[in-house]
Design a protein around this ligand. Structure first.
Ligand code: DX5
Ligand code: ZN
Length: 218
């Protein structure tokens, strides 16, 4: 079944603990944490301190999306803080293979992220080494943006390679996912759907998550 990873970027940070418990009770599968540094993307958000603070309040895997320059300098800190999955942008890693190994050496699952303008080809050589591929369906930096539909082909391409190469990494999709866009992502091969505003923008998070899961079933 398709997994839902609510992005806490759209949560109420004055009661972050409650917000996370709310989506966990509501059927979330991962907690998606968006880390932005004001350099790789035009916004600043969360550091390892917040990851460390939320770790003890949930049993769900923490899916930490690093939108930062020089990710190698921060990976050990995020792993130590409790990140279960760490994803790094292909565009931010100068030596992607080394960065993926660094994540694994620090005990977390390793994933690679593609911006909308980056071709799937850029990660073909690294596919046997990753636990997750995250396809951005908006330009990273902010929640609440519109889904870029032409990314569906990229998801399909990566799903095809996964099958041909007999690999088992998860495919995650991030940006503009809601009841209208979830099914096409899942049909294209996505296993995990990140949803920020579509979950935290509704007062009943259980219904929000259920509605996305139902939309996927069609
Ligand atoms: C964008 C972030 C996303 C974002 C998704 O830079 O990586 O995770 O929070 O938000 P929605 O679901 O509102 O597009
Ligand atoms: Zn994200």
């Amino acid at each position: 079944m398709t997994k839902i990873a609510p992005s806490i970027l759209s949560a109420d940070f004055s009661k972050l603990g409650q917000e996370i418990k709310d989506v966990e009770k509501g059927g979330a599968d991962y907690i998606h944490i968006d880390v932005m540094d004001g350099h790789f993307v035009p916004n600043i958000t969360i550091g390892p301190l917040i990851v460390e603070a939320v770790k003890p309040i949930t049993n769900l895997p923490l899916d930490v999306h690093l939108m930062i320059e020089n990710p190698d300098n921060y990976i050990p800190m995020f792993a130590k803080a409790g990140a279960d999955i760490i994803t790094v942008h292909q565009e931010a890693a100068k030596h992607l293979h080394r960065t993926i190994q660094l994540i694994k050496d620090n005990g977390a699952k390793a994933g690679v992220v593609l911006n909308p303008a980056t071709s799937a080809d850029a990660i073909l050589p690294i596919l046997p080494d990753v636990d997750m591929v995250l396809v951005m369906t908006v330009n990273p930096g902010f929640g609440g943006q519109s889904f870029i539909r032409s990314m569906i082909q990229k998801i399909e391409q990566i799903a095809t390679w996964r099958k041909e190469m007999n690999l088992s990494f998860e495919i995650e999709v991030d940006g503009g996912v809601n009841v209208h866009t979830a099914k096409e992502c899942a049909d294209a091969g996505a296993d995990v759907l990140v949803a920020g505003s579509a979950v935290f923008g509704r007062s009943n998070r259980k219904e929000a998550i259920r509605d996305i899961k139902n939309a996927v079933k069609g």
